[in-house]
Ligand binder design. Structure first.
Ligand SMILES: [Zn+2]
Length: 111
């Protein structure tokens, strides 16, 4: 009886040991892939948020097209009649370019 018992306990020990080596391997291979993707996406997102222009680079206080305060960020600018107009987005710039005369007249300018 004694040699048989020790044989069984060796099998159990082998299963336990192989379980320790195999299981962490599965977890590591599963965790490794998604992590670099999410961090690179987060870096990309924060880069696109940064605006190229600041409110002190333009002559208007608010976006002439949508009325948004330019302190929130300026995406693009237009030089018109010796003044620099800042816009929150390219879309607002395009709206201004369609009718710059009216929008420049109504634009809230700095003193
Ligand atoms: Zn706007």
């Amino acid at each position: 009886m004694k040699p048989e018992n020790s044989f069984l306990s060796r099998i159990h020990l082998y299963i336990i040991i192989s379980g320790f080596f195999v299981l962490p391997g599965i977890f590591i291979s599963c965790n490794q892939k998604p992590i670099p993707e999410t961090t690179s996406a987060a870096i990309k997102k924060s880069d696109s948020v940064q605006k190229k222009f600041t409110a002190n680079m333009v002559n208007n206080k608010k976006d002439p097209s949508c009325g948004m305060p330019l302190t929130a960020g300026i995406e693009d600018t237009v030089h018109y009649n010796g003044k620099v107009y800042g816009f929150c987005s390219d879309e607002c710039k395009q709206i201004f370019l369609k009718d710059p005369k009216t929008l420049a007249k109504n634009a809230e300018m700095k003193n």
